[in-house]
Design a protein around this ligand. Sequence first.
Ligand SMILES: [Zn+2]
Length: 235
Amino acid sequence: MRAAWLSGGLAAFWLAGCAALPDAATGADLPDIAVPAAPDAPAPQPSQPPAGPLTIDRLPGDFPHGGEAREAADIDLIVVHSIGGPTCRDGAVYFTPANGSAVFWRDWFLGESGKSIHYVIGRDGDIAQQRPELRTAGHVSFGGIMSQVNRRSIGIELVNRGDGLEPFPQPQLAALSALVADIAARYGLRPEALVTHAALDDRMQPECGGVPLRRNLDPGPLFPLADVRAAITPE
Ligand SMILES: [Zn+2]
């Protein structure tokens, strides 16, 4: 039952479109978060399009990308999210089904002001890129320390309901592993550089029907973080 993993301590929910929540709670409300120290790695390699088996749907080269330009040396984190999650409707928690392909959700992000991501990976393993790696994306909220995370990280959304029940299909995990391995190799990142959104942001949102809600717990308890980290080969 859903309640099984929601009932331990604070009930655990996270929001649809978790990647770019309106950031009403900046400044004093921000929690202390522990992000990994910059890895002791060789000088980052210039960003190159992923090679090998990765097939990525990219936007045209002259597409007017948003975000801010950054250097390869700025990047030392990869943050994994899931698209779906609950919203509070009339006092009840509602989980969006998060239907659609990677391209569908990439295009959805394009229509959202203030919400952006570098990559979206569909349940079938298709990968779509919204934002070039050397431009920042707004996937870990905004303002204060959170903007520092955006500044230094590459964000990846997994198309998933985010209800803690839907498994992550093997083609999706295989694509994610290949992508993070490629990114880690190009920027000299260690396995610990791969983190979940939930690990970075434990803020709460208003209660829903009397149930305390976390803003973000994605990608959720079924996400095999250790397995995906294992795809990264330390230098
Ligand atoms: Zn998220």
